[in-house]
Design a binder for this molecule. Structure first.
Ligand code: ATP
Ligand code: MG
Length: 508
């Protein structure tokens, strides 16, 4: 419980990168035993500040104290010794190791020079028990769902003795049920005296879980507030420093030109059918949403549609042409663009400049090819256009992708997939990890593209997004489309019941 004493204090922290001041005399005071949220736009400097607190980056200026003592951290090792642990925006687990191995990796207890597996296992089992962090030590990490991976990351930090936990956007990758579980875990940790600092873009979640909220804008601390005194709308305005854009009222732009048609589409994994007999149409000017709890075949449906996995039966037709047997590249060239869910893994070449990233996936298409040569000028112009239209905060097209904040990376990928004028856009979780202002902008872009005749297949875990954007909604459960709903008539709660199978039936 909070005792009023300070766990951490960051005083006038400044951090500069080439062309950018990421932190500009930021101040942050976190009380012992509280859950403290950090909010701010994409690129506001939140992750940078947390990396400084975790010893990953030295500040250029400023001081910090931990439990009242002034400290200088040279590396995360120093932070860990002070009882500070961090779970990153992008998980850092080794896929082909077990949960147990991942947790102790780098902190192996030794008994006469050998790893003492028995005591490590006992200690981890005790942590799992105490905090209800449900994982099985012998599972391979590559087989885990995101929620489980995150619990492994948290255990890893606790195993190293952390009393102060930093979580960078822990909920961005989770579905609603997993978020509830995470929040239970965080409350248990708080009960046992841990201090938690976390970054989150979903302001209603921030208000639900935190004791204190600090808002950061353009590298500076705007204010620290008690969540009981503010609304999500207040927080959003503090973040952006002005009134929020009001989403346009929508009118239907749906035409009767069928762009995509799936009939009887199925796909299997090791003989087991994971997508079963899917019939679906997306027309020009239409956004078709697919709701579902993660792991019900949505991912495999997209992979089949894009040509990354073979259909075991059924057909895919694009603009009247059967494309069932074509390759990923051919489908892209025929006009299917894709905003991937795991953007960190698939979306960017992190060391390459943005202008090269602007071509990724489109290297073989106009305007990037001139004869057999890559047209750099066109690529640079496209990158500049994406930066401009999608409000990507960065010094310019020569900046390497890794120098962008997490949310700005997302915006860049979304922009890249939309500027090439596809006929079908497959968008998986298009606003995951981006701030409320940018989210509104992406929605506007999607609506504008739809009005211009784009067909969109939208997969999202954000039920408000699905309901707000879609012209028609399908629910996917255990590999099948089980209901077709009118987004104008459905509530997030109803949708949740269809997703878990509590409500059944189609309204076609
Ligand atoms: N290693 C780096 N090199 C260059 N610039 C960087 C680097 N890391 C961060 N920046 C820049 O510093 C600024 C703050 O980035 P930071 O990652 O802290 O933002 P954030 O608040 O975490 O945003 P998001 O919500 O998008 O994750 C951004 O303009 C970013 O481009
Ligand atoms: Mg960040």
């Amino acid at each position: 419980m909070s005792s009023g004493a300070l766990a951490v204090e960051l005083i006038d922290i400044t951090k500069r990168f080439p062309g950018v001041i990421a932190n500009d005399r930021v101040n942050l005071s976190v009380e012992d035993g509280e859950i403290h949220a950090i909010c701010g736009e994409n690129g506001a400097g939140k992750s940078t500040l947390m990396k400084i607190l975790y010893g990953m980056q030295p500040p250029d200026e400023g001081r910090m104290t931990v439990r009242g003592e002034e400290v200088v951290l040279k590396s995360p090792k120093d932070a860990i010794e002070l009882g500070i642990g961090m779970v990153h925006q992008h998980f850092m687990l080794a896929d082909n190791f077990t949960v147990l191995e991942n947790i102790i990796l780098g902190a192996e207890p030794a008994k006469r020079g050998l790893v003492d597996w028995r005591s490590a296992r006992a200690e981890i089992e005790a942590l799992v028990e105490t905090y209800g962090l449900d994982v099985r030590p012998d599972d391979l990490v590559e087989d885990l769902e995101v929620g489980e991976r995150q619990r492994v990351e948290i255990l890893k930090v606790l195993y190293r003795g952390a009393r102060i936990l930093i979580l960078d956007e822990p909920t961005a990758v989770l579905v609603p049920q997993e978020i509830e579980e995470l929040f239970r875990n965080l409350r248990d940790l708080k009960e046992s005296g841990h201090t938690i600092i976390f970054i989150d873009h979903k302001l209603d979640e921030v208000l639900e879980i935190s004791d204190t909220v600090t808002v950061i804008r353009q590298g500076r601390t705007v204010t620290t507030v008690d969540p009981a005194d503010v609304t999500a709308h207040d927080l959003a305005e503090l973040m952006v420093g002005s009134e929020l854009p009001v989403p346009e009222t929508r009118e239907s732009t749906v035409t009767d030109v069928v762009v995509l048609e799936l009939s009887g589409l199925s796909t299997s994994d090791n003989e087991r059918e994971i997508v079963h007999d899917v019939d679906l149409r997306v027309r020009s000017g239409e956004i078709v949403g697919i709701a579902g709890v993660e792991g019900n075949g949505q991912h495999e449906l997209i992979e089949t549609l894009l040509g990354m996995r073979p259909a075991s039966s059924g057909s895919i037709t694009l603009d009247g042409r059967d494309i069932t047997g074509t390759t990923v590249r051919q489908r892209r060239e025929l006009g299917i663009d894709y905003i991937p869910a795991d953007r960190h893994r698939y979306g960017l070449m992190l060391d390459a400049p943005l202008w090269e990233n602007a071509m990724l996936g489109h290297q073989s298409e106009a305007p990037f090819v001139k004869g057999i040569w890559i047209d750099r000028k066109a690529a640079r112009a496209t990158a500049a256009e994406i930066i401009e239209e999608f409000d990507v905060r960065t010094p310019g097209v020569d900046t390497p992708a890794h120098a962008l904040s997490g949310g700005n990376q997302q915006k860049f990928i979304i922009g890249r997939e939309m500027v090439t004028d596809p006929s079908l856009l497959v968008a998986a979780h298009p606003t995951r990890g981006i701030d409320v202002g940018a989210q509104a902008a992406v929605w506007e872009q999607l609506r504008a593209a739809r009005a211009a005749g784009l067909a969109v297949l939208l997969i999202s875990a954000d039920l408000d997004e699905l309901i707000g954007l879609s012209d028609v909604l399908h629910v996917m459960l255990r590999g099948e489309l089980v209901a077709e709903l009118d987004p104008a008539a459905v509530t997030p709660r109803d949708l949740g019941s269809y997703m878990t199978g509590a409500a059944v039936g189609a309204t076609e």
